[in-house]
Design a protein around this ligand. Structure first.
Ligand SMILES: [Zn+2]
Length: 374
């Protein structure tokens, strides 16, 4: 199936990085979740993802398929032209951007708007770190935190949590008193700078607060699950840990979106989506970062059990515009392959496969985030 003509709605991505910051970051750093200098210097260029992508980028930019030629051509184009080229080739009808990644090094949301319609995702942990400095007490902080979500700010279509990166997905019920007791130590831990939120008690407590408000407004909450950079304990990034939250009736109104195909826990995620009405799935980061066969396996395993109404396309693109293009290309190719197999296997008719392609690439996300079609 050729799905290139269907515009994608990218339901999870990040801002591009400012040119000044980009000049300090090696190009290939955008192709690995590792940040150890040895990984970037000696190994990142040898992943199947990087080898494949370098050729594809060279083809898009019209240059020789080597890093030097690609870098020279990127400089020649400049960021605006490069972005226009990549975003047009990606054929996107919109993008949901989590602007909480590297907040002081990224281009603002408005910078992206001439290239693609943008909607905002609010990263909970970043918001907490931004407001704690001004808060006079725990009660004041909590009031500000809740006011950041309720009522939902204009343009904000969902929440995002990176609790998997901080203390893991095994979120436990936490009392107001326990959270209050941890507040002063956290607030003073920044020593004049923005204090990083790593305390499990506070993280769990604030997530529950946010879920309660999200449920009230039926606001989707995206969770980082599965692989990511080495901040993460992958054992605690399995979405099965979310069971207490998924079982709790108070949070039932908040759709939960499991990002990154939960890789390598695709089947676990597929199971959750098959039994909990509020759980949704996403293919970002796994597409385009895995090998071609790995991307196929991820998509296939998610769909082994999960309803097709639950799966959504995203890129998790960040830093450079090329990732938006590579994800959109491979998201379509891999979905097309998996749907062809489903037709061959008699799981779907050809007409049904066409409907599923539309739903996964944009329809399911349009409905979940209540986005009007322009
Ligand atoms: Zn992300």
């Amino acid at each position: 199936m050729d799905l290139m003509a269907i515009p994608v709605l990218d339901q999870h991505a990040h801002n591009l990085i400012m040119p000044e910051a980009a000049s300090r970051t090696p190009f290939r750093a955008a192709f690995t979740e590792g940040y150890d200098p040895d990984i970037i210097a000696h190994h990142a260029q040898h992943s199947l993802f990087y080898r494949r992508s370098l050729r594809e980028i060279a083809q898009l930019l019209g240059c020789e398929p080597n890093e030097q030629a690609v870098l020279a051509r990127r400089d020649e184009l400049g960021l605006e032209q490069l972005t226009a080229l990549c975003f047009n080739a990606a054929n996107m009808e919109g993008v949901l951007i989590d602007d909480g990644l590297m907040p002081d090094q990224i281009l603002p949301l408005d910078w992206h708007r001439p290239f693609v319609p943008v909607h905002r995702l609010l990263r909970l942990e970043t918001m907490a770190e931004e407001i704690v400095g001004e808060a006079e007490s725990f009660d004041d902080f909590l009031a500000r935190f809740r006011a950041g979500i309720d009522p939902p700010p204009a343009e904000m279509v969902g929440l995002k949590s990176i609790i998997a990166y901080r203390s893991g997905l095994d979120v436990r019920p936490t009392s107001l008193e326990d959270a209050r007791a941890k507040f002063d130590v956290w607030k003073s831990s920044g020593q004049g700078r923005r204090p990083r939120l790593v305390d499990k008690t506070l993280l769990d407590f604030l997530l529950m607060q946010a879920l309660e408000l999200a449920a009230r407004h039926e606001l989707p909450v995206q969770f980082h699950t599965g692989f990511g950079d080495p901040d993460l304990d992958l054992r605690l990034a399995n979405p099965l840990h979310l069971r207490p939250i998924l079982e709790d009736r108070r949070y039932r109104g908040a759709p939960i979106v499991l990002l990154h195909a939960s890789y390598p826990y695709m089947r676990d995620a597929g199971f959750l989506a098959s039994v909990y009405p509020q759980v949704y799935l996403d293919v970002g980061l796994a597409v385009p970062m895995l090998s071609v066969s790995g991307m196929g396996r991820a998509m296939r395993e998610l769909l082994e059990l999960a309803p097709i109404s639950k799966l959504m396309y995203s890129s998790d693109a960040h830093l450079i515009p090329e990732l938006y293009y590579l994800a959109a290309k491979w998201g379509r190719v891999v979905l097309g392959t998996v749907l062809e197999e489903a037709v061959r296997d008699s799981d779907l008719t050809a007409a049904e496969a066409d409907e599923v392609a539309e739903a996964v690439l944009r329809g399911n996300a349009r409905a979940l985030y209540r986005l009007s079609v322009s």
